[in-house]
Design a protein around this ligand. Structure first.
Ligand code: DAH
Length: 363
């Protein structure tokens, strides 16, 4: 009878411990100390062998019963603790997605309008199948002038005020590139036609007033193919202007002009209207010059070993800063480069609003 009494005490003891346990590892310890190989219950099971058959029957069934009770209790408690763990985890990781965004540096920073406009231009021309090309800011005389059909004695050299640099080790005359057109030459030398590329970048001229700064930005465009023609040039530029200025129709004027590297050469104006003090793109009150363009001069093609009887090309170049001023209504170019945070806060763009044709160019 004493043994049975012991069993009742043992059961109560173990059950108490299970109930008091606070973690899955507590439960595991109890399982080992009671049901493990050397656990309290297992040791009692071993004693069965030494008992008389009647005692064995009676005591054995009590022991089995105890085993079941303990196992059930352990499983039950285990489930409760596991559920609690998940609930705590969920509670800890809870975020209130309705709270306003915290102002991180990403939120505070601004994209400069020039970078924004470069991204917008790249997005538009990429969609038309143009690749983006690059060239160096420090350019040699050959790429900046000679290869573009502007030989040394040519009056066009005086058309711009060039920053000259000391010659390089090979005695090559160096300049800060006065336009992005040398990237045309570099691309035609390194790539085989058909070519469709734009090259946005920095350009330099010794010039400074309300609409000129010594460093400014241009984007060059070049298409070389067997049958590139003026109709395609006109279509590309018209499409570009409509998409860029985010309007459905635009008046454009193509005026004959002169650039040494194109023949014929065209200057392109867009129609604007005056609304109060503001100049709006669209309408035809006034013409605004926005870019230069033309059919690539046969001599330029020959300079890069392309046969003008086989290949034709068209090219264009525009001032990015000027496009930015027109689109976003900024009147003084010099403030672009003042690094004034108040100006940037006002005219800048949010970093995460990347221009896209599907999502909106300027939002
Ligand atoms: N490079 C010229 C400039 O800086 C602009 C230009 C005119 C580029 C005609 C072209 C072009 O590609 O075809 O004034």
């Amino acid at each position: 009878m004493g043994k049975i009494q012991d069993l009742i005490i043992l059961e109560k003891d173990i059950i108490d411990n299970i109930e008091k346990s606070l973690s899955l590892s507590d439960i595991e310890k109890i399982r080992i100390s009671s049901m493990g190989k050397k656990g309290a219950v297992s040791l009692l099971m071993r004693e069965l062998g030494t008992m008389s058959p009647e005692d064995k029957k009676d005591y054995g069934s009590k022991l089995n019963n105890l085993k079941n009770v303990i196992n059930n209790k352990i499983n039950e408690k285990q489930t409760i603790l596991e559920d609690l763990g998940i609930e705590k985890l969920v509670a800890d990781e809870k975020v209130d997605i309705t709270l306003p965004l915290q102002k991180t540096t990403l939120e505070l920073g601004r994209i400069h309008p020039v970078s924004q406009v470069m991204d917008e231009i790249s997005e538009i021309f990429s969609d038309m199948g143009f690749a983006i090309a690059e060239g160096p800011d420090i350019e040699d005389d050959y790429h900046n002038f000679s290869a573009l059909n502007i030989p040394e004695s040519h009056p066009a050299r005086q058309m711009v005020d060039t920053f000259y640099l000391p010659s390089d080790d090979e005695n090559k005359a160096l300049v800060l590139r006065t336009h992005t057109s040398p990237v045309q030459i570099r691309t035609m030398i390194s790539e085989k036609p058909p070519i469709r590329m734009i090259a946005p970048g920095r350009t330099y001229r010794s010039d400074s007033d309300q609409t000129h700064t010594p460093m400014f930005h241009q984007v060059e465009g070049l298409v070389i193919d067997n049958d590139a023609n003026m109709g395609q040039l006109k279509w590309c530029l018209e499409e570009f202007c409509k998409i860029f200025f985010e309007i459905n129709s635009i008046n454009m004027r193509f005026r004959p002009s002169y650039f040494p590297f194109t023949e014929p050469s065209l200057e392109v104006d867009i129609g604007c209207s005056k609304v109060g003090n503001e100049l709006k793109i669209g309408g035809n009150d006034q013409w605004l010059e926005v870019l230069g363009s033309g059919m690539v001069h046969p001599q330029v093609l020959r300079n890069v070993n392309l046969d003008p009887d086989v290949y034709k090309g068209f090219a264009f170049g525009m001032g990015i800063d000027r496009l930015a001023m027109l689109k976003y209504g900024m009147s003084d170019l010099r403030s672009f480069f003042d690094a004034d945070l108040r100006w940037l806060k006002h005219y800048g763009f949010k970093c995460l609003d990347i221009p896209s044709l599907s999502g909106g160019l300027s939002k």
